[in-house]
Every structure is written in C-alpha cells, then in structure tokens.
Design a protein around this ligand. Sequence first.
Ligand code: HEM
Length: 403
Amino acid sequence: MSTPDELILEIMTTPEGRRNPYPLYAQLQEQAPIARSELADIWFLARYDDCHNVLRDPRFGKSDPDKPMTLLPGGAPRSRLKFARDSMLLLNPPDHTRLRGLVAREFTPRRVERLRDNVETMCDDILDAIAEAGEVDLMDTLAFPLPVRVIGELLGVPEDERDAFRPLTLAAAKSIEPDVTEEEMVTANAAGQQQADYFTDLIARRQEDPGDDLLSALIELRDGGDRLSQSELIATAILIFAAGFETTTNLIGNTVNTLLRRPDQLAKLRQDPELIPSAIDEVLRFESPVQLDLRVAFEDVQLHSHTIREGDAVITLLAAANRDPSKIDHPNEFDITRSQIPLMSFATGIHYCLGANLARMEGQAVLNKLLNRFNTIELLDTEPAWRDRLTLRGLDQLNVAVG
Ligand code: HEM
C-alpha cells in the first residue's frame, strides 16, 4: 500500500500520474482524505465536502505575494507573476470584493447571451474548414481557435492579434503547475510581461476609439474614477483572456475525446440532443479542466480531527472532489443522463468562476454543431495524447476523421 506522500508525488510529479490521476485520487480518498504532506507544509483535500467547506471559509484565502511557496521538494518557489498581483484571482477581500464587483457589473449574463449567435456562426465557419480537410487535429482546428475568437470578441482583441496569445498563455500558466522549475518561472514572467505590454497598448487604442466590448466598458469605469486602477485593468484583461480560453479549449477537447471513447453515450446523445447541457456538465465533472486549487490558512483551523496551522497551504483536489463516491453514485462511470451533478470544476465561494456560463454555453454550442454537422467522427489515435500538466489538464492533440 502506498503512503499518502507516495500517492501525492505520483500524481504531481510523474507523467503517468498526470495522465491518469483518478485511481490515485481514489486511493487518497480512501486512505487519507485529509493528508498533511511531510514534503512541505501542505494539506491535500480529496473529498467534496472538505474542498467545498475550505473554499467557502473566510479563514482560508490566497497566499501573500511576498511569500513564495514551494509545493514540491526540488520545485521552484511559486512566486506570483508580476502583473498578477492585481489579478482578482489572487486577491483577498476587500480588494477582491471591489474588483470582482466592478468586473461582474460589466461581465453580465446579457453580454454572454449576446455572444451566443456569434459563437454559432464561428462554429459553422470552423466546421466548414474541418469538413473540407476530412482528417484534422481537433485541438488545433477547433478547441483552441473557437474560445480564442469568443473571448477576443468579448474583450475586444482584434482578430489578427489573438493567436499570438496561445504560446504566451501556455508559458504563463506553467507558473501554476506544482512542478514548475526556476527556468519555467523566468519564461512565465517574461510571457506575462509581454501580455501586460500588449494590453497597455490595446487599452490606449481603445481609449482613443472605444468599442462595444468589455475592455472599453472597463476603461470607462477606470476613467469614471470607479476605483479601478490601470494595473488592475491590465491584470483583469490578461486574466479574462487567459482564463477564457485555456480551460475552455480543454473542455472542448475533453468533450469530444470522452464521448468518442464511449459510443453508447454518443449514441444516446444523438438520439436525444436535449441531453447536451447535462453531457457538458458530466464532462466537466469527469475530466475537470482545472484539477486543483490552492489556498492558505489565515489562522489555525480545525478540520475534523486535524489542525491546519496558520500559514499552511491547502490544495483542494477539485477533480477528486468531482469523483467522491460519498457524493455521487458510480463516480468513475461517465453518464450523460445524470441530473443534479455536484460539480467542483468551477470551484466555489468568492472565487467561483466568473466565466462558468460562458464556458458552458460554448461547450454546448460546439457539441450541438458537431453532432448536427457530422454523421461520423472517428478517433485516429488509440490512446489520448494528454499534455504533461496537472493543474490545467487537457489534450495536446486530438486527431479525428469526420464524415
Ligand atoms: C471550462 C472552462 C472553465 C473552467 C473549468 C474554469 C475554472 C475556474 C476555476 C476553478 C476558478 C477558481 C479559481 C480559484 O478559486 O482560485 C475560476 C475563476 C475564474 N474564471 Fe474560470 N473557468 C473556465 C472558463 C472561464 C471563462 C470562459 C472565463 C472568462 C471569460 C473565466 C474567467 C474566470 C475568472 C475571471 C475567474 C476569477 C474569479 C475570482 O477570482 O473571483 N473562466 N475559473
């Protein structure tokens, strides 16, 4: 039997563990659902209720940017990227409350709903090109370009300037992986700086020539003296752009991959397209695009029989919580007919994903269009090609033939 630290190391540091962490999460859930690692002052929570409670508990929050944390022995200290100091994702109340409130005021369900027709047209264009090619890597041709166009449209990033973000976002996102190296931190910071420079310039252009986009609306807030600073504006633009496509790209890839590997579920969906919304939620549960989240304790907290000390880090294993057998029957079965899915993929509490509706809408639109457009979609690879990352887990390639 493995010790909790052996399991944690296998999940966090081995390609096999990252490729398929689920049996290891299940072992943690059984043997040590609240595990304090001997490797560092870190707790790992594998059960739904514990993750839920910690993420909603004001005695936990985001770490102090001046105290970089090392999550694994030999790993680089996860310092905060410079521009990200003013990102709502990493702030605590009251700054978080103020900034999120201002952005949420503009990032309304109406603005998201207005995008739906656009998303469908964008899907049609992309699927035309895929139909013509016949055999494609769906990650490259659909899962990446669609969310980038959508978020570019929402935010007001001109079309020919969007694709350049992919390598930058991938490099910057490495900074939130537990096994990030010092060299990768340097690259991540440089990528973050390039994004900050880009948005500084775009903000200046939008100020001259405002549009009907979110960035122009946020600029107006800043200029209206609504306590949104220039650096908060830049950090918000980078966050929304990055959060808006990397995760959604992985949701789209996971949706197609998971369904094609389960023909019975795909057949059910073709028979009853009303199941599309629950199918997308089931993909989110089954293959969480964000596998884990991190908090620190602001004071000593008693969690069942354990005392989490002030300053200790806590990793909530969102993807493990999604498969907690005490919360959901047969958690390792993928079943698109489930109702009331307990979902931790968008986290919970004050940092609950601001783009959850948009991500769901995109996932549903893509799936609907794919099923309508193609009678057959066949996988060309026997094994899924997972990218070697854990926090933002997704496919590197998804080669298919369509007909
Ligand atoms: C499948 C797609 C997505 C997943 C799985 C996802 C997941 C998450 C998670 C887990 C968090 C919480 C992080 C934390 O607690 O530290 C979060 C926060 C956030 N997400 Fe998403 N996200 C997705 C799509 C999007 C989209 C499309 C947008 C925007 C356009 C977006 C914008 C944000 C923002 C702004 C936050 C920060 C909220 C805050 O700190 O208050 N996300 N997301």
